[in-house]
Write a protein that binds this ligand. Structure first.
Ligand code: SAH
Length: 223
């Protein structure tokens, strides 16, 4: 076992097992499954979680935040890929950087925003060390990235109390947002497509995310 990366062969086997499990859970999109075969989740978790990196679990990444469970990332990514197969995607809530790496592996041009400086830096190191080209910004993601808008896709990986208006207006015409909306205990996965100045909604399963905090999210908590 090399201290930094773990045993690569062993990790590759565990990664294949994770992908088989995702298939059993109903993730069928071959592009999404390929991305999960490619991205090394063990390089996005803390050292203590590394032996369990391919379990279908959310793990702490510090500052009270978590890397999302693989199933959740695969589910959200499938919703995006099936409606918006390519283009420019903005992620809100960089966290570990894993979701951003999955989006990059799928061929999107990826932009991601994180509000906690320590997490922003950690994710930056994980992505840079692996040469994954993701544009990153530190700040309140509910305000979006106006200089880079419009986006073909926006993925929000934290729990929104309501539809984030500013972000919706940074979608391209035909663009799609994937966002969990609800209270702090559970949220309904929601897909919103922009059609001109109208927004069409689809509703999916319930999930439990850490809160989206910011001007158009929950009131700020000290980070
Ligand atoms: N996509 C991440 C999931 C991380 S958890 C991954 O693959 O690991 C959600 C993250 O959203 C946390 O790091 C939290 O700090 C961040 N977050 C919460 N509110 C935010 C906001 N308004 N802007 C940017 N990031 C936010």
């Amino acid at each position: 076992m090399s201290g930094l990366t773990g045993n690569d062969g062993n990790m590759a086997r565990q990664r294949r097992e994770m992908v088989e499990q995702l298939k059993c859970y109903g993730i069928g999109n071959p592009r999404v499954l390929d991305a999960f075969m490619t991205v090394k989740r063990h390089l996005f978790v803390e050292a203590a979680s590394r032996p369990y990196a391919y379990d279908d679990c959310a793990w702490p990444i510090g500052y009270g935040q978590t890397i999302s469970q693989p199933y959740t990332v695969a589910y959200m990514t499938s919703l995006l890929v099936e409606r918006c197969p390519s283009g420019k995607v903005l992620e809100i809530g960089t966290g570990s950087g894993f979701q951003a790496a999955i989006l990059d592996a799928l061929g999107y041009r990826v932009f991601t925003i994180e509000r906690i400086a320590g997490i922003y830096e950690m994710a930056g190191r994980a992505l840079d060390n692996q040469g994954i080209p993701v544009a990153r910004r530190l700040g309140d993601g509910t305000l979006g990235w106006p200089e880079e808008a419009p986006f073909d896709g926006i993925v929000i990986t934290a729990a929104a109390p309501h539809e984030p208006e500013t972000l919706l207006h940074q979608l391209a015409d035909g663009g799609v947002m994937v966002v969990p909306i609800g209270d702090l205990g559970s949220q309904q996965m929601t897909v919103i497509r922009r059609v001109g100045e109208r927004f069409e909604h689809e509703f999916f399963h319930g999930f439990a995310f850490v809160p989206l905090c910011g001007r158009e999210g929950w009131p700020d908590t000290p980070a």
